[in-house]
Design a protein around this ligand. Structure first.
Ligand code: EZ4
Ligand code: CO
Length: 402
């Protein structure tokens, strides 16, 4: 088999998605997600100008070799733009392999290790009261695991909380808008919030929280320690994680499980975290973490150290990534949980899907390959609209992590 053609489809059904489509001389094609929120066109340019020309004529069965061609073969190693491009290429090649062998992706990864995929949803409210109601709504929809995010008294903007009644979506049209933040108020509020949530709903539901990179190591340690009585499934991104050693302080002070890694790109971003057992869940998703080929290695290494996967699954990752993740989660032994933020209906005008949610779990069907298709005519009806993630400042104006 030979790769004859490849193209990038940039479409905005409600929000921007970048999809790579690789075609072969046997008429089989594969899809890969190449969406990097707010940096879409950087990935498009890298794919179109540098990767696609080099793909033409290659044998799509040689997935491992092609992965290394674009990773190790390129002098400028690592980085979110290039790894997102590599992820898309890799996903599309696995999709082609599954279709050419007429078998679902999970079969190529070792076959089924489980029948259903545990997912967590988001409950977010403007204040504690609304947040507690939202948690109840999610539990009544069958969710076994709920991420709890709330507006904080005295803080104008909290991560994860919508400003209007539309579903939460952090990127907004145009250049980045600015938000403000106060860690002290957040740290004082959060244990009170979780105390109330546990008082109302008891212990029989998994609770998660995303600190979204906004604590220093010692603040993260305090937060993890003070949340300990509420038995979180995980505390996500207590610190930015650029400095892996900073997770030691948190680990030494608390037994609250820690998840990190949605902005990582390669295994080299978290070797210390894994080998020192400083985390419990790795969040790096297929779309930004080098695709299936690289994430298989990450998962294998993590499994040695009792670390499970907990893939990022926000709406800014496309249905192609979600389906591929569900196959991956079906196959590997050390799957932990999958984030699930449902896409808006309009997204499914462009992408036809092969997965479903039912009573707290997700399921992917047996269609060959990844099993998601794209309607290119529909995609063209929704042209790209520039959108950016916010920029964050402390109340005194200092730039901070968002
Ligand atoms: O801020 O996907 O856990 N989920 C998250 C997300 C990220 C967005 C960034 O594009 O942190 O909401
Ligand atoms: Co997160």
């Amino acid at each position: 088999m030979k790769i004859t053609e490849a193209k990038v489809i940039l479409s905005c059904p409600g929000r921007n998605f970048v999809t790579l489509k690789i075609m072969t001389d046997e008429g089989i094609y594969g899809l890969g997600d190449a969406t990097l929120n707010g940096m879409e066109k950087a990935v498009v340019a890298y794919l179109e100008n540098y990767c696609i020309p080099a793909l033409i004529g290659k044998d799509p069965c040689r997935i491992e070799d092609i992965w290394h061609y674009f990773y190790r073969g390129v002098y400028w190693l690592r980085g979110s733009v290039s790894l997102t491009a590599i992820s898309a290429i890799d996903m599309a090649l696995w999709d082609i392999k599954g279709k050419s062998l007429n078998t679902p992706l999970y079969n190529l990864l070792g076959g089924k290790s489980r029948d259903r995929i545990l997912v967590y949803c988001h409950a977010n409210g403007k204040d504690a009261e609304e947040t507690i109601d939202k948690v109840g709504e999610k539990i009544s929809k069958g969710f076994r695991a709920v991420r709890v995010q709330s507006g904080v008294p005295g803080i104008e903007d909290a991560y994860g909380v919508p400003k209007d009644d539309r579903p939460y979506e952090p990127a907004a049209k145009g250049l980045a808008h600015e938000e403000t933040w106060d860690t002290t108020k957040y740290l004082n509020f959060l244990p009170l919030l979780f105390r109330k949530v546990r008082d109302v709903y008891g212990e029989n539901v998994h609770l998660l929280h995303d600190a979204h990179h906004r604590c220093t190591p010692v603040e993260g340690a305090r937060l993890a320690k003070e949340l300990e009585p509420f038995h979180l499934f995980w505390l996500e991104d207590p610190v930015t994680g650029e400095l892996q050693e900073s997770l030691r302080l948190i680990r030494h002070h608390s037994t609250t499980p820690i998840a990190i890694g949605e902005v990582y790109n390669t295994i080299f971003d978290h070797t210390t975290l894994i080998t020192e057992q400083l985390i419990d869940y790795i969040r790096m998703p297929l779309v930004h973490g080098g695709g299936i080929t690289h994430m298989l290695k990450v998962a294998a290494m993590a499994s040695v150290y009792h670390i499970n996967t907990g893939f990022h699954g926000a709406t800014d990752l496309s249905p192609v990534n979600l389906a591929a993740a569900l196959h991956f989660n079906t196959a590997i032994n050390n799957f932990g949980i999958q984030e699930y933020m449902p896409h808006q209906d309009i997204v499914h005008e462009v992408f036809s899907i092969n997965y479903r949610y039912d009573d707290g779990f997700m399921f992917v069907d047996d269609s060959p390959g990844i099993g998601v298709d794209i309607d290119e005519k529909k995609a063209a009806e929704y042209p790209y609209e520039m959108a950016s993630l916010p920029v964050n400042r402390k109340t005194d104006g200092t730039i901070f992590y968002w």
